[in-house]
Write a protein that binds this ligand. Sequence first.
Ligand code: 5GP
Ligand code: MG
Length: 183
Amino acid sequence: MQDDVSKVIISETAIRDRVAALADELARRYADTSDGIILVTILAGSVIFLADLIRRLPMKMRIGLITVTSYPGATTRSHGAILASASLPDLRGRDVLIIDDILDSGGTLRLVQDQVRRAEPRRVTTAVLLRKKANAPANLPVDFVGFDIEGEFVVGYGLDYNGLYRNLPYIGVLKPDLYEAES
Ligand code: 5GP
Ligand code: MG
């Protein structure tokens, strides 16, 4: 599997350090919550980020899961975000933190933020591990960003290509001949 990677963009230690710093920022942000927060996680790409992040957060929390598909099968292009399923606790009046792996065109986060707001939470905050700054729309509110990266398609640390490579411990780019031709 590691042989399929042409370039490591963010190393395992760089991710660990940045996730720890993000957790400290979030702990400060939520220092005043007494009833805890609800973390809404977008599957499946965010699971490793979620697992590492929440073990560094001191406040009480419940976890909700949303599945959005936009990259079906062997593709590196978004085909439009569709809400596939949601398993969420009651969000009304609650402090909600949305977690996603990567912000690209913003279609995914816009869909999830709209869905969450319909449940009338008290406050909605968004954190992403990666942001493709050149693509991300200026009018989409994102409060916490792990790393800004270039526009290339990345895998690892939860992110897949055609379902594979989520278990790489770093963020990298695949060798070009591994991508299936797309029309
Ligand atoms: P957006 O809806 O913002 O265009 O894209 C966000 C979603 O597309 C992410 O949650 C992620 O699932 C997927 N995505 C966007 N860019 C990449 C990438 O470079 N690599 C991988 N594996 N997925 C990506
Ligand atoms: Mg995703």
